[in-house]
Design a protein around this ligand. Structure first.
Ligand SMILES: [Zn+2]
Length: 276
């Protein structure tokens, strides 16, 4: 699944590649899939996108906003899979859930894995959508400072006990972070996934904040994770330290064997020596 670094990369590449292109035809794909969240019929989508001009895209959390000017905005979110650019004359994939062809013969296709939103809004109305309305600050927002982060932990201390992994991956508390990048954030912070955040010392909070920012910045700079592909079908350059390949192997920092546990709806990989 795409997380913040992959969406930021896709937005940047769309701005290099698609901005200013005119939509000749919009289609909601050739492969019905009940877990794609559409908000338009195929006919509406074709009618409303025709002749629109692609504006500057941006990402926020696990959402990608692509203006189709005037008036509309194409929203991708909470998805994985493929968002691919196809130069004029190149072959399309066999299956896709959305297809825009442009006046110059090039096109964009999207194929989800698992699930995901592909919705078209009158620009601005997408902000009322579930998950976007009231979205908390994301790590790429200027307001996501250490003071904010520490305040978030204070706020959560009063409710049910949340673990470090829960802080990073549940309920969009930190939008854009998912189970994949969270593993490396916890490793760099030297934190085990399970202990409650209410027990974190001030120093541990700072380490977690610094690891969060450093890991996301590196992943963005490297064009996303290497187990996802970018707009041009190329894998990203960020290789995770803690993933399925690391399990049973020596920790890159201390050599202790990396462990795997199932926790909070997904596998966790961690070093039992470095992460306490
Ligand atoms: Zn270690």
């Amino acid at each position: 699944m795409f997380e913040l670094p992959e969406f930021v990369t896709l937005a940047r590449q769309m701005n290099e590649t698609l901005t200013g292109k005119i939509v000749r035809r919009g289609s909601l794909g050739n492969s019905p899939h009940k877990f794609v969240w559409y908000n338009r019929t195929p006919e509406e989508f074709a009618r409303l996108t025709e002749g629109k001009i692609v504006g500057p895209a941006h990402a926020r959390g696990k959402w990608l906003f692509v203006p189709l000017n005037p008036t509309y905005l194409l929203l991708f979110g909470e998805c994985g899979g493929r968002l691919l650019y196809h130069p004029a004359g190149s072959a399309l994939p066999d299956k896709y859930h959305l297809w825009l062809t442009f006046e110059d013969g090039s096109s964009l296709t999207a194929l989800t894995q698992m699930w995901g939103a592909m919705e078209l809004y009158e620009a601005g109305l997408e902000q009322d959508r579930q998950y976007l309305k009231g979205m908390r600050p994301t790590p790429t927002d200027a307001e996501f400072t250490f003071r904010y982060f520490s305040g978030l932990i204070d706020e959560l201390r009063t409710g049910e006990k949340r673990s470090a992994k829960a802080l990073l991956t549940q309920d969009q508390l930190i939008p854009g972070v998912g189970n994949a990048i969270a593993q490396d954030i916890l490793f760099r912070a030297g934190l085990h996934p399970r202990p409650p955040i209410s027990d974190l010392s001030a120093q541990q909070r700072q380490r977690l904040y610094d690891a969060l920012q450093a890991t996301l910045q590196e992943a963005v700079a490297k064009g996303g994770r290497n187990d996802e592909v970018d707009l041009h079908g190329r894998p990203g350059g960020y290789v995770r330290l803690m993933d399925s390949r690391a399990a049973g192997q020596p920790c890159p920092a201390c050599g202790t064997v990396v462990e795997k546990i199932q926790y909070l709806g997904g596998a966790c990989y961690f070093c039992p020596h470095c992460q306490v």
